[in-house]
Design a protein. Sequence first.
Length: 237
Amino acid sequence: MSKFTIHIGKQKFSSKTEALKHYKKILNSHEPSEILNQENFHSVRQLVYKDYDNDLINEYEKETGDYLKSIKVDYHPEFKKTKCFFLLNDKNEEEIFSYIYAINGVPNDYVRFTKTCRFLVEPRLRKFKASVFKNRPVKCVITNQVVEWEECQIDHKLPLTFSVIIKSFIVSNNIDLSDIEYISKITKEEFKDKDLANKFDLFHKKMAVLRIISTKENNKLAGKSRIKPSKKDGVLT
């Protein structure tokens, strides 16, 4: 018997793994473009608002003006073979909801900052990818093989990987990550300081050198290019 119990609304799970399996089952039980049935809607809704007591949910929606009308399952706009939950408000606006992120919890300051930066530059990256695919066929720069939209990803070319750009921005602007304030958008976060957001957007635009790589090759490179601290790292004093 598990020593821990995870509460999501009125639901109880013995572990994060069990909770993840539950929501994956809901996701896979619906076809693309299908609206969740009432039972599954309430289950996912409890996860969306897991940080709020039941009596505070209506107050939150009233305060933000964001009323969750329904939830549907559809393909991710970029990874077109991957199904996701989409939240639909009363204005028929859609927002992707990651049940994995919601269950695994809040990341540390650096990861949180990095994720927010990724969301920030995503429109530019999507625009770049769309411009490349106007001139098909598109080839992976590593294998030279033709790839389709859902088979490839945008890579920040070495040595200016995305993690290097993030670290350079933090250091050059003397940023204390613990002081950063965020605005919650349920499925993502934005910087409360709009000047900081604009500053990073422009910094990334100037620094980034982008290329198209197959998802398989990109996964191989990811671990090698990621900056990770180690005990042997030294600093100047």
